[in-house]
Design a protein around this ligand. Structure first.
Ligand code: NPW
Ligand code: ADP
Ligand code: K
Length: 518
């Protein structure tokens, strides 16, 4: 799913009115009516007090449309105007007039936080204060209103975006943002719903279709894309009846040091389970027996050193190499990696200590083949790009590193973000059960396995990150968040593949919905 920028949303809005020959007021009517339908379907006329807080722009206008429909349908509605500016939008004013015609109580004007109403915890708050038009920090008294929303513990439904969040930059003050239980977003979810610093402001989100021009939606390229089954399924490469193992490539996993052979075990097993035809592991001598005994399907080559890797030499011709897991960063191993990179022409996936070594010696970056994949977790990323001031700064730094060296960078986390040059892809699978040792090694194995069997580096990365998270989502149903371990994720890779072909579960709603978080 494309994540449109603020400018693209405004443009889509404008084009829609032009091409469908409707006014912006009509479009606002659609938006507010969609919100009303969503609430009406769930509330079925229940007389729970609904407090609709409207700003003075178009987000506030949406709130007024909603409040009008709720009123005419007999709901218990109290409407407020958070009067943070005298410059009201045209469609706000039109809807302000319209609501006056259906309600004997005019919206209550708020110019400070002192006259904040009593809100019971079982009431509902609708937040239509700021939408995507926020361009500077809200006034102190408006922030106080947001804090009072939170203190009430009432269910808070934000329209389009939790008020106080910007679409394209970091927030300055967490207290000046609405904490939404649910956000109903128009056209597309907003990028900030997925970034670590701002995802917490909405527990769940859903997209409402307000009939924006289809051609515009289909033909507009976005900088960010959300990756779910719909995007992944077309990347899948089916197997031919007469296929043999030689068709699916030979993957090489290089890593391990004394006490960290398990990392290579995990990566090699996941590499096999992702579908690579042959897998060889290259480890220090001490890893030989344990690997041979525990994974009979994997071939093992060893370094001349017992406890660490000192010289990466092999007599096979792999189609892809995953390197760095459990590797150690001692001088000898650093040198071995450098010598290997100087002669290597193979597709590479670099993880863990492989990244740490490159971060220490940045000149190695230019030895990486085009479209090498780096899979840093947050600490490794910091070593690579330095500290960042916020999520947007982090993405900018990752984009420039990716463009400068032609790298695919997997920024691992709750919503793993894959960056290739100027484009970013946000994964939707995975769960907090994955915050456990070795899950990253499993990902490295899957990416390497996919490239070995013929996937191009970028599709391989997207596919792998999706399947990795999906496997964990399947496994967590049996193990729960606490006892899920990396090996369980490998065991369910097969189910994750099969799941790609299952029809989506029937929901009563056509809209896209975020998986409920624990
Ligand atoms: N196609 C779609 O998606 C559709 C979108 N629709 C809806 O429109 C919403 C966007 O509306 P919007 O552009 O009027 O902006 P909104 O967020 O209401 O802000 C209002 C104004 O406040 C101002 N301002 C900014 N920051 C401020 C601050 N800190 N303190 C004080 N003032 C501040 C700033 O004006 P300025 O003062 O800078 O001139 C800004 O323009 C969108 O989220 C969705 O709900 C639907 O109706 C139809 C289809
Ligand atoms: N809360 C979370 N939600 C979803 N995925 C997570 C979460 N925490 C970690 N992960 C995923 O688990 C993996 C952890 O990788 P990493 O930190 O490298 O582990 P290790 O180094 O132990 O192998 C990454 O793919 C990351 O995206
Ligand atoms: K809002």
């Amino acid at each position: 799913m494309k994540l449109f920028s603020k400018e693209q949303i405004y443009e889509g809005d404008r084009l829609t009115t032009e091409r469908q020959n409707i006014s912006s007021t009509d479009l606002m009517e659609r938006a507010g009516t969609q919100i009303f339908n969503w609430m009406h379907m769930r509330m079925q006329g229940a007389q729970v007090p609904v407090h609709v807080f409207c700003g003075i722009g178009n987000n506030g206008g949406d709130g007024l449309v909603l409040a009008r429909h709720l009123t005419t349908h007999g709901y218990n509605v109290i409407t407020y105007v958070v009067n943070y500016s005298e410059t009201r939008s045209k469609d706000f004013l039109i809807n302000y007039d319209r609501i006056k015609n259906v309600s004997k109580d005019w919206p209550k004007m708020m110019t400070n936080s002192a006259n904040f109403p009593k809100i019971h915890k079982d009431d509902i708050i609708v937040d239509a204060v700021f939408g995507i038009g926020l361009n500077r920090p809200p006034a102190e008294w408006v922030a106080e209103i947001f804090q009072k929303f939170r203190a009430s513990s009432a269910f808070t439904l934000s329209i389009d975006i939790p008020s106080g969040l910007y679409t394209d930059k970091a927030i300055a003050n967490e207290n000046a943002v609405v904490h939404a239980n649910y956000t109903l977003s128009f056209q597309s979810p907003k990028l900030v719903f997925f970034l670590p610093e701002t995802a917490k402001f909405t527990v769940q989100w859903e997209v409402l279709d307000i009939g924006i021009d289809r051609d515009y939606l289909v033909n507009t390229e976005t900088e960010a894309e959300l990756i779910s089954k719909f995007e992944i399924l077309p990347l899948y490469k089916p197997r031919e009846k007469f296929a043999h193992k030689g068709n699916f490539g030979h993957a090489l996993i290089i890593g391990g040091s004394h006490g960290k052979i398990g990392a290579v075990n995990l990566a090699s097993r996941s590499c096999l389970s992702s579908g690579a035809g042959l897998v060889t592991a290259f480890v220090p001598e001490c890893g030989y027996h344990s690997l041979q005994a525990s994974i009979p399907e994997v071939m093992v080559l060893t370094d001349k050193e017992e406890r660490y890797i000192s010289d990466i030499k092999f007599n096979i011709e792999p189609n892809a190499i995953g390197i760095g897991i459990g590797l150690d960063t001692r001088e000898e191993t650093m040198k071995a990696l450098e010598s290997f990179l100087e002669i290597n022409k193979n597709n590479l996936v670099v993880d863990a200590d492989g990244i740490n070594i490159i971060a220490r010696k940045k000149s190695l970056l230019k030895l990486l083949p085009p479209q090498t994949i780096l899979t840093p977790h947050p600490k490794e990323l910091e070593r690579l790009i330095g500290k960042w001031s916020d999520d947007f700064d982090k993405l900018d730094k990752v984009k420039s590193l990716s463009s400068m060296y032609n790298l695919i960078i997997v920024v691992k986390g709750a919503n793993t973000v894959i960056v290739y040059k100027e484009k970013i892809y946000i994964n939707t699978t995975g769960n907090p059960g994955m915050a456990t040792a070795g899950t990253g090694d499993v990902l490295t194995g899957i990416i390497t396995g996919l490239i070995a069997q013929g996937y191009e580096p970028l599709p391989a990365t997207l596919f792998a990150v999706y399947i990795h998270g999906r496997s964990a989502d399947i496994a967590v149903e049996d193990y729960g968040y606490q006892s899920l371990i990396a090996s369980h994720i490998i065991e369910t890779i097969g189910e994750a593949y099969i799941d790609l072909f299952k029809p989506p579960e029937q929901t009563t709603e056509p809209a896209q919905e975020q998986e409920e978080q624990q």
